[in-house]
Design a protein around this ligand. Structure first.
Ligand SMILES: Cc1ncc(COP(=O)(O)O)c(C=O)c1O
Length: 395
């Protein structure tokens, strides 16, 4: 007889995956034979650069890596990470105490609340924001307080609007620039304000720098650690997924505050051994090798951005050009919800976009488009939407 196996309360209280239903709807359309242009997801479409793949191929044959990797990862990768931060951002990192290697950024972001907060503690979260922040907070049984990101404020949180009573109870804060989903970038001044706010209230800062390489119009995104005092309050999470098109490889790292790094490594000692050594060797090759692949990738996304925003303009949809990331955040006409709008585009234009509400309450009124297909397809998506006549005067 099969016994009843209830899930734990913890598992039951995890946030629902909002985008799962979108993925299912897109899948159904494709199965029904529709030519869907899927701009709803964030999966980089380009391959990993050849020299990184070759480093992996060579390293995979090395018997040294067929054994367990050292706990907390190989030191050569930590040294490569320190060299990368010195070269790219002029930031000094101690590879011994200020770097933790992660199984992808997502794992680190989910682990951090487990490391740093207790049940009932407050965590400040950007709204709209990347939904994986919510997962770690739910696992830690902590409470989220949303920091609205609105266009008038350049999609940066307004610390003055956070009541002192909330800030007093906050133990942790997530930030993410270049931002998913808004495509906004941050300034050094904003990060300096963040350090001051965090120091005043004793809040640990996690800056998710997933799109750190992707800044447009010649502007390199700023690292949180470039600002004085940043290491006293927080860490930055950097993934190989976007910079080097290595999303499937699952490799990322945290850098910065020694105590937070220690907490991550302590938790990870209980969860895993470490990544496959060959992946670590290839990751080091990515950081230390030629960077033309990154320059070319940014140029590719920028050309797509320009083509897509221009095509939207032609159909009467005025949307601001993102300054970083590979997302465009498009304001909707009044009177239709983002979920209805996304459903309509999928049904009538066979174009999939992500409804803003899936990223939080303040995402309502927008849809997110991933610039993850070629220019011709992006233009075609805009043309298909244009044929619906949604942006004519009386919509
Ligand atoms: C804002 C943001 N942070 C983190 C990640 C996680 O990246 P990964 O787990 O591939 O390192 C993503 C991936 O889409 C993201 O958009």
């Amino acid at each position: 007889m099969t016994i009843e196996i209830p899930f734990s309360e913890l598992l039951e209280q995890l946030p629902k995956q909002f985008f799962a239903s979108l993925v299912a709807k897109v899948g159904e359309k494709i199965k029904a034979g529709c030519d869907v242009i899927n701009l709803g997801q964030g999966n980089p479409d380009q391959p990993t650069p050849k020299h990184i793949v070759e480093a992996m191929q060579r390293a995979a044959a090395n018997p040294k890596y067929h054994k367990y990797s050292p706990f907390q990862g190989y030191f050569f990768l930590k040294e490569a990470i320190a060299a990368f931060y010195a070269r790219e951002y002029g930031v000094n990192i101690d590879p011994d105490r200020e770097v933790a290697i992660l199984f992808g950024g997502k794992a680190g972001l989910v682990e951090l609340p487990l490391c740093l907060v207790n049940p009932g503690d407050v965590v400040l979260v950007p709204d709209p924001g990347y939904p994986d922040y919510w997962s770690g907070i739910a696992l830690a049984r902590a409470r989220m307080e949303m920091m609205p990101l609105v266009a008038e404020n350049g999609f940066l949180p307004d610390y003055e609007a956070i009541p002192a009573a909330v800030a007093d109870r906050a133990k942790l804060m997530f930030l993410n620039y270049p931002n998913n989903p808004t495509g906004a970038t941050a300034t050094k001044e904003f990060f300096a304000e963040t350090v001051a706010f965090a120091a005043k209230y004793g809040i640990a800062v996690v800056h998710d720098f997933a799109y750190g390489a992707i800044g447009f119009d010649g502007r390199k995104p700023v690292s949180f650690l470039e600002v004085d005092g940043a290491k006293d309050v927080g860490v930055e999470i950097y993934t190989f997924s976007k910079t080097y098109n290595m999303a499937g490889w699952r490799v990322a790292f945290a850098v910065g505050n020694e105590r937070i790094i220690r907490a991550l490594e302590l938790l990870q000692d209980h969860l895993y051994v470490s990544l496959f050594g060959a992946i670590q060797e290839a990751a080091a090759a990515a950081l230390l090798g030629p960077q033309d692949c990154v320059t070319e990738l940014v140029a590719l996304y920028e050309a797509r951005r320009n083509a897509f925003i221009a095509a939207l303009c032609e159909i009467g949809w005025e949307a601001p050009a993102p300054s970083g990331s590979f997302f465009a955040w498009l304001p909707l006409p009044k009177g239709i919800s983002s979920a209805q709008f996304a459903d309509m585009l999928l049904e009538r234009a066979h174009v999939a976009v992500a409804p803003g509400i899936g990223f939080g309450e303040h995402g309502e009124g927008y849809v997110r488009v991933g610039l993850l297909t070629d220019e011709a397809r992006l233009r075609e998506a805009a043309e298909r939407i244009g044929r619906l006549g949604l942006f004519e005067k009386n919509f």
